[in-house]
Design a protein around this ligand. Structure first.
Ligand SMILES: NC(=O)c1ccc[n+]([C@@H]2O[C@H](COP(=O)([O-])OP(=O)(O)OC[C@H]3O[C@@H](n4cnc5c(N)ncnc54)[C@H](OP(=O)(O)O)[C@@H]3O)[C@@H](O)[C@H]2O)c1
Length: 322
């Protein structure tokens, strides 16, 4: 079978496809035939060696997959051959077939495609964790989402709208703002061409919550859009620069700056995370959340997919199809 391999830390262009032995399920494991593998910003950071965790080399990137159960190890009764499932595997997902413990697979709701399923959990679990576990977004709150046309951004728009909040989307292009509007954003600000702080204040009068997966130069303006007791959710630094939030702007009017580290929490609080992921799947399965259809690249073009994410060109999510 084929798999994507990263042999040295460096530019994403160096990952390639290699042959690998077929995985065999050990007792308690299943082999999933991967139909789509989600590509996330963190996969690019892992390949570059710039993520906080450095896997031993060589390794296969890919943190989440959707597919069908192809083989069952001894003692596995919780799933059957042919079941449609999603798996958050952390690493190793850019492959044709993957052996995983049966207990980590989750059923893919019937209304979702393999592509939607493979692109769902990381972005939506982060958004739901941010907006319901770290902040408590309420009906009619205004939520400013930065990078609103990206993976975490679009998921945050969708989750905030589901919670009854009003969303103002911030993004750098008309396409990205249109994608956020399609998921229910009430207003949009193009922060590449408009003044973020004054436009958001004009539209909202001040927001209760900022979701920031971007960092960089927008953070200061975004912090200034918060009203009294507003909450600034620090999710990521896709712009490549970690911003310094001014402590006086947090102090004034009793604002809070709140870290959102779903990745670490999901490992340290496995039971609570299972409930969170089941909530995401149930909401998407019932039609309460609306994950967009991702762009699809063949497995051979893993390097292009990772480069596209980093180029800031992409709107929405991207998956690999083995
Ligand atoms: N804390 C957590 O638990 C957690 C979980 C998942 C992801 N993350 C982090 O959240 C961040 C976003 O992840 P994502 O999956 O949403 O990524 P994504 O789909 O690539 O979206 C990131 C967005 O950031 C904006 N951006 C601004 N400057 C950029 C640049 N120089 N290069 C690339 N994008 C740039 C882009 O929107 P505009 O062009 O509109 O500005 C882009 O749409 C990453 O840093 C990721 O590691 C954190």
């Amino acid at each position: 079978m084929r798999q994507v391999v990263c042999r040295t830390f460096g530019p994403v262009e160096q990952v390639g496809v290699e042959d690998a032995p077929e995985p065999r399920p050990r007792p308690g494991e299943v082999v999933v035939a991967v139909r789509a593998a989600g590509v996330n910003f963190v996969d690019a950071l892992l390949v570059q060696g710039s993520y906080q965790i450095k896997p031993p080399l060589p390794f296969t990137p890919g943190g989440e997959i959707a597919g069908e159960i192809a083989e069952l190890g001894a003692d596995v009764t919780s799933v059957a051959r042919g079941d449609r499932v999603v798996v958050s595997c952390g690493l190793g997902g850019f492959v044709e077939r993957l052996a995983v413990p049966a207990e980590v697979v989750r059923r893919l709701p019937a209304n979702l495609s393999f592509e939607q399923g493979a692109a769902l959990v990381q972005s939506y679990a982060t958004a739901l964790f941010a907006l319901t576990r770290r902040a408590r977004v309420r009906s009619d709150d205004w939520v400013l989402v930065l990078g609103a046309g990206g993976g975490v951004g679009l998921a945050s728009v969708d989750v905030a709208r589901h919670l009854g909040a009003r969303v103002v989307a911030g993004a750098s292009s008309a396409d990205k703002l249109a994608a956020a509007a399609a998921l229910g954003a009430h207003a949009g600000v193009n922060y590449a061409t408009e003044d973020l702080k004054s436009r958001v204040r004009e539209i909202t009068g001040g927001v209760q919550v900022v979701v920031d997966p971007v960092g960089g130069s927008y953070a200061d303006a975004a912090l200034r859009t918060l009203r009294a007791f507003g909450q600034y959710l620090i999710v990521g630094f896709a712009a490549g620069t970690i911003p310094s939030l001014r402590a006086n702007l947090v102090l004034l009017t009793n604002r809070s700056a709140i870290g959102v580290d779903w990745g670490a929490w999901s490992v340290q609080h496995a039971d609570e995370n299972r409930a969170l992921v089941d909530e995401v799947l149930a909401l998407a399965g019932s039609g309460a959340l609306h994950p967009s259809a991702p762009q699809v690249y063949p497995l051979e073009r893993a390097a292009d997919a990772l480069a596209a994410l980093q180029s800031r060109r992409l709107t929405g999510k991207v998956v690999l199809r083995p």
